[in-house]
Design a protein around this ligand. Structure first.
Ligand SMILES: [Fe+2]
Ligand SMILES: [Fe+2]
Length: 147
């Protein structure tokens, strides 16, 4: 049973970001299913590695967009990303060393983190990008209104 359910209001309007978010949901669901059916170490490790690489690539996409547009909250947003990346990397290391196992508490945490982050920080960031684009159009000569 999937744990992360995509909803329309998670869409930001940026297709690339939305696709990456949905892929993250898919990976969390794969991990959750694997935990629930008691998949072996190798399978869990493979999904965890996939989760880490996709998370890092996704954060890099957002961070480079924020830098290109001089997003004023870049530092804070990046810190939040770095915090989650550190948690995932730490989990993988512990899992590899057999110091930790993957549980549904972890997939629950990842689902809640993603949902909260997408609805808050990411939506705010995309709105800024959209306003920036709008700002460029504003620089065009203003035509007299026709009534
Ligand atoms: Fe995101
Ligand atoms: Fe983000």
């Amino acid at each position: 049973m999937p744990i992360a359910h995509w909803q329309d209001n998670y869409n930001t309007g940026n297709t690339r970001i939305d696709d990456q978010h949905q892929q993250l949901f898919d990976i969390v669901n794969s991990l959750h299913d694997a935990v629930e059916i008691g998949e072996d170490f190798q399978i869990l490790q493979k999904i965890l590695d996939h989760l880490a690489s996709h998370t890092i690539a996704h954060f890099q996409t957002e961070e480079s967009l924020m830098l290109t547009t001089n997003y004023p909250e870049y530092d804070r947003h990046k810190q939040i990303h770095d915090h989650l990346t550190a948690k995932v990397v730490n989990l993988i290391q512990k899992f590899r060393n057999c110091d930790a196992t993957v549980t549904t508490d972890i997939t629950q945490f990842l689902t809640e983190w993603l949902t909260h982050h997408i609805k808050g920080e990411d939506q705010k960031m995309i709105r800024f990008f959209q306003n920036q684009e709008y700002g460029q159009y504003e620089a065009l000569p203003i035509l007299s209104p026709t009534y």
